[in-house]
Every structure is written in C-alpha cells, then in structure tokens.
Design a binder for this molecule. Structure first.
Ligand code: FE2
Length: 377
C-alpha cells in the first residue's frame, strides 16, 4: 500500500499545478484572543511572535501570532459585533477559520484553483510594509473554512504587514511540538465523495488512504475517513463523514455543535511523545481517557517490538499503531473549547506514514465515553 502511495505521489509531482511548501499558519477565530494566546502559551508552550490590533492600525480586530517549532497559530478576536468574525464565532464558537498554505506564487495558486471551480474568498492582494511584501489569496473549502495561499519570499518581518513583532515577559518553555502533521475536516452526510473530488479537481490533491464504516466502527457508532494529500505529501487533509450506527456518530455531534462542517483536529508532531505529553498534562492540557488495560496487554502482539517502555505509555494513555514502514505513537486531547468541536492530536512517527487506523476503535470508544457524559450519544 505504501509503495503505491509513493508511486502515486511521484507521478503527481510532475503535473502539480498547486505546488505547496507546507502549512503557513492556522488562524482561529476566538471569543477572547488575549486569553486564548495565554492558554496556548501556558498549556502548550507556544511563544508570542507578532501582534495586530488598533496599535498597529487594525481597527476591527486583534490577532496574536504564537509559534512553537514550525507551528504558527493566529488567534483573532473581533472588536465589535458588526463583523463577519463575530458572525463566525456566534455560529461556530471558537474554531479554525483559515488553513493557510505556504506557496511560491499566491496569484497563480488562486488562478489555478478558481479556474477549476474553487470559490473565491480573497483575490490576490499584495500587503507591504518596511520589511517587504507578502501576497495573499484564498478560496473556500468545506463549510466556512478557508485555504489561504501565502507567498512570503519577499518578506523579512515577524509575520505579515499589519503585524508587529511581539515578545512577552511570560514565556513558558516549549513542550517539544515541531510541525503540523495533518489537519482533519468533518463534513456532513453524503458529502465525502464531493469533498474528495473537490480536493482532487480544485487543489490537485490525491486520495492516498480510505477507511469505510466497516473499518471504523464501535458497538455504537461509525464514520468514514479519506486522506487527501498534496503532490509532495507535505500537506495532508483527512476528511471524515458520519456513518449510521446504533447511536450518534461523534462526527454528527461535531456537526451539531459547530453548526456546520469544519476542522475537527490538528495533529502536531513531536520527537519524544512521552516527554511532550508529560509536560502538557502537567500544564493542564486534558487528554481523552486511556484505553482499558487490555489495550496494553495486547499491544506488543499487535504492533511488535517498540523502543518505548510500556509503563509510561500506559500511564499516559498513549496509543501505538504499525504499518508496513514502521510505527507511530499518538494521543488525543479533549476539545479545547466548551463546544465538543476542535481538539489536538500529538503524534510521533517512527517510520509509519499512516494515521493510526489500528487505534480508531480504542480512540472512538474513548470519545464515546465523553460523548455519553455530555448526553449526546
Ligand atoms: Fe489524526
């Protein structure tokens, strides 16, 4: 399977009409960006990079850019009720508005995607200040979520024109988070195939892995998942759709509470998951409950030999899965806001390029325990 993926990616490189260098940033619209920035700093170990607001000439909003490794989050809050940002928060609660992609040519990215059916969010626009220029453009993807194309080869500033560099006396140490591994979107009933086709046609992505509801199910609920990857494999967007089960799918619960389609989780990579998760827990990040003891009793027979000791993995509730190329370790936080919507995944890859299909059952049973507590199962 993996050899097929490699061949497929190789073939696509030659004809890639949307070359992407990686994730540029993720922007969340939140009710109180000042407090959200504190949360991501104190709990996750991000540090301040830049700020935009009335002090920098931006009148209608405030944005904090926080970073750890290559992961850059922009936390934006509106300054009045009469704004599209306020509308977004009223409807969806705190959530991801923008998945920004780093490209060499934001104008061409816009032209190539809109001519293939992408819906315009922002026509190519050049932003300039004393540190150079950035070209941005954007199209809508699922729900009200946006892919922004960011061209920054002629820019030397902290983030973007309109922002000023920001530092702070409050600087917790980092927790070992390195880069964004993948970002998952939840789409509505019967919307999977349409969304997959959209990523293929408009973005030139390929469907590299698929799981149906026979593979991802528990006693109560089910979902379907397809992984979309760009040409060079730097950007991966798995897509989930709910499936019929005895009870309500976790994807359906998300759609109800987010009031539409949107980003379900952001997976961030670490080179030492045990150390990272210990730190995050000590700082108050809440994780889904650990799977039952049986999961760890059967673990070695399922995944074979691993470098890590079983004891800390079990103590922290870290999950392990293997594919043809190696194994991976992963764990999922509880939602990071009161609506059961966006959460984070911490992932350490040791060769494996897949997404932990062997853990889906254990993971979903854990999510269902939380769902039941909320009365939504
Ligand atoms: Fe994931």
């Amino acid at each position: 399977m993996e050899a097929t993926i490699a061949r497929e990616l190789e073939a696509r490189k030659a004809t890639d009409f949307l070359p992407i260098n990686g994730t540029d940033h993720i922007e969340l619209y939140v009710g109180n960006a000042k407090q959200a920035a504190y949360f991501y700093k104190a709990a996750f170990g991000f540090h301040n990079v830049a700020y935009a607001g009335p002090e920098t000439g931006v009148r209608d909003r405030v944005s904090y850019v926080v970073q750890q490794g290559k992961i850059r989050l922009v936390l934006t809050t509106p300054l009045n009720s009469n704004s599209l940002i306020s509308e977004h928060i009223r409807k969806h609660g705190d959530g991801v508005k923008i998945l920004a992609l780093w490209v060499d040519d934001a104008t061409k990215s816009f032209q190539e995607t809109t001519k293939r059916g992408g819906k315009s969010y922002l026509e190519p626009k050049t932003l300039e200040d004393k540190d150079g220029k950035v070209v941005v453009s954007g199209i809508y993807t699922y729900g009200e979520t946006v892919h922004l194309f960011v061209e920054r080869k002629d820019y030397r500033g902290a983030f973007m024109p309109g922002f000023e560099a920001m530092s702070s006396d409050f600087q917790p140490s980092d927790t070992g988070l390195l880069y964004i591994d993948h970002c998952v979107g939840n789409v509505g009933w019967n919307r999977m195939n349409e969304t997959v086709k959209w990523y293929e046609d408009v973005m030139g992505f390929a469907n590299i892995l698929s799981f149906d509801d026979k593979q991802i199910n528990t006693e109560y609920s089910a979902l379907m998942s397809k992984v979309m990857s760009n040409g060079n494999g730097y950007v991966k967007f798995p897509i989930n759709e709910p499936a019929e089960g005895k009870k309500k799918s976790q994807i359906e619960e998300y759609l109800d509470f987010y009031e539409g389609e949107g980003v379900q989780h952001i997976a961030v990579a670490t080179h030492d998951i045990i150390k990272t998760v210990r730190e995050l827990k000590a700082r108050g990040v809440e994780f889904l409950s650990a799977p039952p003891n049986a999961y760890y009793e059967e673990l070695l027979s399922r995944v074979g030999k691993i470098d890590e000791d079983m004891k800390p993995l079990q103590e922290l509730g870290i999950l392990v899965d293997r594919d043809e190329e190696g194994y991976l370790l992963q764990i999922f936080t509880k939602p990071v806001e009161d609506r059961p919507t966006l959460f984070f995944e911490i992932i350490q890859r040791k060769g494996a390029k897949s997404f932990g299909a062997g853990n889906f059952k254990a993971l979903f049973e854990s999510i269902e325990r939380e769902q039941a507590k909320r009365g939504n199962l």
